[in-house]
Every structure is written in structure tokens, then in C-alpha cells.
Write a protein that binds this ligand. Sequence first.
Ligand code: HEC
Length: 139
Amino acid sequence: MLRQLLSAMTLTFVLASQAFASGPAPSEAQLKRGKLLFTQCQACHQVKAGAPAMMGPNLAGVMGRKAASAPGFNYSPALKKSNVTWDAATLDKWLHRPSELVPGNTMAFAGIARPEDRAALIAWLAAETAAPKQAAARK
Ligand code: HEC
């Protein structure tokens, strides 16, 4: 019984992560969850293009961007020389444990433990910070 339950859970998880990895549109529920999770980031980050940096850099257009490249933000030397480019895989590592991906970075955030939470947040972030959405927001 327990074994069956565990394997059902594993299967659900594998399916969910495959769904994310192969990149179909995220579900409404996932985006909602991602938006909710972003409240943890909001004190330090804006996502609208042109909005000023706060404690952290503006994240508009972050997908595909080189780390530490938002103009006008005073990044740590560690992040500047990290040579990371932000995509679903690198953001997953960053949001799991920022200090592990880039030791010495100055983002005061411990990390998000649950893989499905990170996936939801990244899906929301990708949708919210993509160029077409940003253009629509400026109208
Ligand atoms: C206490 C403030 C704070 C919180 C909370 C925070 N961040 Fe950050 N974030 C920063 C700072 C500061 C940096 C720059 C770090 C450096 O230069 O080493 C940063 C950098 C980043 C970067 C790299 C940006 C770039 O231009 O290279 C991403 C992506 C990011 N944060 C996402 C998030 C997400 C998503 C959350 C919420 C889960 C979050 N942050 C929570 C302060 C914060």
C-alpha cells in the first residue's frame, strides 16, 4: 500500500518535471502558484521593464540574460564573474540555494526547497518577464 502510494507519487513528480523540461505552456495552477511564491522576492525585485532596482536588480527580460547584466545595479564581484546565463536550469539551481550556485553572492535568500515550487516560480517569472508581456505592460 505504502509502496504503491510512493511509486504513484514518484510517477506524478517525474511526469510533472518532464512536462516542465519539455516546455509546454505551464498550467494556470502553476502560474498562480508561481505568482504567490514571488511574494517572497517582491521586497527586493521588480519585474516591469524600466522599474528601478530595489535591494535586488530588476528582473525584466531575465530569461536568456547573462547574470549581473541589468544596467545600473551594483552587483557583487562574485555574481559578475560567475559566467552564468539565466534559463530554467540555472534559475532552478539559483533558487534552490543561491549560495551554492554562486558562492559569495549578496542575495540574502536561503532558497526554495521544493522542486515543484521552483518550477512554478520559474514558469511564472518566464511568462511575466518576457518581452511581449513587457511591451503590453508599457501600452
Ligand atoms: C533580500 C533581498 C532579496 C530577496 C528576498 C531576493 N533577492 Fe534576488 N537578488 C538580490 C540581490 C541583492 C541580487 C544581486 C546579488 C549579487 O549581486 O550577488 C539578486 C539577484 C537575483 C537574480 C540574478 C539577477 C541578475 O541580473 O543576474 C535573480 C534571477 C534573482 N535575484 C531572483 C530572485 C527570486 C526569484 C527571488 C524570490 C524567490 C529573489 N531573488 C529573492 C536580492 C534579493
